[in-house]
Design a protein around this ligand. Structure first.
Ligand code: FAD
Length: 436
């Protein structure tokens, strides 16, 4: 029995089976029977994400799943589904493509999962912006932008994921060197469906909906930033030393016309990737997306590849795709998301903080790198001792081994969730209980 079911029984309300049956019947009546499923395969498929990348989450995440799945095709259908579930006090979890890494999309209390991937229209484009439904993928968004001489300012390496899921569950990615993270003006406006009604935040009013796992409301559509399109190419170089690779990476970050991506790997990490002529063993690898016409001869090291065809492939060797690829070769690995100047200035100490540490860097702005520290997973105690040590070194660590929301925006998220969803139905179990 799901947690929601237990709670409904405990509160003396109607048994959950009748609540679920009622909800499913009302959803079918409101949205149409093809927009609702209680089939076990659909419920399971709608209840998992990439939390399996974390050995800690793999053990700790409860194996709970949706009681009902709805597939709205319009804001009205989404609003109707939220209203119906809200009237029955059923938990509601929005879902894009389920590529989040932290168990964010797992319905810990069961209830209704709303799969937004069918609301995938690219609605309108203007100079510097695109408006799209929440389920629009980055493949569709980038294609639409390029048709009018523009490009997405930023997107995650999971290009098949949705704009709604990225805004609610991601942070940054390709394009972040020039345009920053989600919180840096990427979002122009939103349409948000909540149990209290539909809202239309603009500018800074959108902040409590970013990386909030849907607890403050369900993004129905979003207007986000575009940039003028530039023709680019992929460049790969290799180096004998970390210092030489970082020096070349920094030179790229400082280019007047910013690269869309700069990544650097330790040789031991390179050895875990599928072999390529341009990934020579035993050397540090630098990969970048730069403007076409860029002259790589000033990069030092050895230029291994210049190819616009390789750009897609190169983006899948950046950000958390690195974890995915490395774990295929070495399932014993686990990852931490890390940032700060110490990644470069104290790289050896950073690697030594955890057993068999392997360092991956991604350019995150004009003046520095974030990245991943992969290491052999022994146990949770060793992992968190390592995290404490890293923080002592001045490394900024985002813990990818928890489904709980955190970070500096937490108070704002909590206050907005309380206002928009006083019954706490939206994605329950993801907000740390308030101590005040
Ligand atoms: P989902 O996983 O379905 O949902 C993510 C969260 O948002 C969940 O809590 C869900 O409940 C909520 N949600 C979904 N849709 C909505 C909505 N419409 N309204 C409100 N809440 C909603 N992230 C990055 O930031 N940058 C990267 O480069 C990156 N690379 C990745 C690489 C790999 C291999 C993997 C596995 C993950 C990566 N991620 C990255 C994380 C994730 O893929 C992205 O953030 C992605 O954009 C999430 O979109 P999704 O459609 O899969 O969302």
């Amino acid at each position: 029995m799901s947690l929601a079911a237990s709670l409904l029984y405990a509160s003396g309300r109607a048994p959950v089976s009748s609540t679920v049956d009622t909800l499913a019947a009302r959803l079918r009546a409101g949205l149409g029977s093809d927009r609702v499923s209680v089939a076990i395969t659909a419920r399971r498929a709608a209840s998992a994400d990439y939390a399996f990348l974390s050995p800690v989450l793999t053990d700790a995440l409860p194996s709970s799943f949706a009681d009902v799945v709805a597939y709205p095709r319009s804001v009205d259908e989404l609003a109707a589904a939220v209203e119906l579930a809200g009237s029955l006090d059923v938990p509601i979890v929005p879902r894009g493509k389920g590529t989040g890494n932290y168990g964010q999309a797992v319905p810990l209390a069961g209830g209704l999962v709303i799969d937004l991937s069918g609301m995938d229209g690219v609605l309108e484009l203007g100079d510097g912006w695109v408006q799209a439904e929440a389920g629009a993928t980055f493949v569709a968004l980038e294609a639409a932008a390029r048709r009018v001489g523009q490009e997405m300012a930023m997107y995650p390496t999971t290009i098949g994921s949705t704009i709604g899921g990225f805004l609610a569950g991601g942070a940054g990615g390709i394009g972040s060197i020039e345009h920053g993270l989600l919180w840096d003006g990427f979002v122009v406006s939103l349409t948000v469906v909540t149990p209290s009604g539909t809202l239309f935040p603009r500018g800074d009013e959108c902040l409590p909906y970013l990386h909030a796992y849907g607890v403050t409301g369900i993004i129905a559509s979003a207007t986000v930033k575009l940039a003028p399109m530039r023709e680019r190419t992929g460049v790969v170089a290799s180096y004998e030393t970390f210092e030489a690779a970082v020096a070349a990476g920094k030179a790229l970050l400082a280019l007047e016309s910013a690269p869309r991506m700069v990544s650097i790997d330790d040789p031991s990490l390179v050895s875990l990737y599928a072999p390529e002529d341009w990934l020579p063993p035993g050397r540090y690898s630098l990969r970048a997306l730069v403007d076409k016409g860029f002259d790589p001869s000033g990069l030092g090291g050895r230029v291994e590849l210049v190819s616009s065809e390789a750009m897609g492939h190169l983006t899948t060797l950046a950000f958390n795709h690195v974890t995915l690829r490395a774990k295929k070769a070495r399932p014993d690995l686990c990852h931490l998301q890390v940032g700060g100047a110490a990644l470069v200035s104290q790289a050896d100490a950073v690697r030594a903080a955890l057993p068999g540490g392997l360092l991956h860097l991604d350019g995150m702005g004009r003046d520095g790198f974030g990245g991943l520290l992969l290491s052999e997973f022994r146990d949770t105690a060793t992992l968190y001792e390592g995290v404490a040590h890293l923080r002592g070194l001045g490394v900024f660590v985002v813990d990818p081994h928890t489904w709980m929301l955190g970070g500096p925006a937490l108070a704002d998220i909590r206050a907005t969730a309380q206002a928009n969803d006083p019954k706490g139905l939206l994605n329950p179990g993801k907000l740390v209980p308030s101590t005040s």
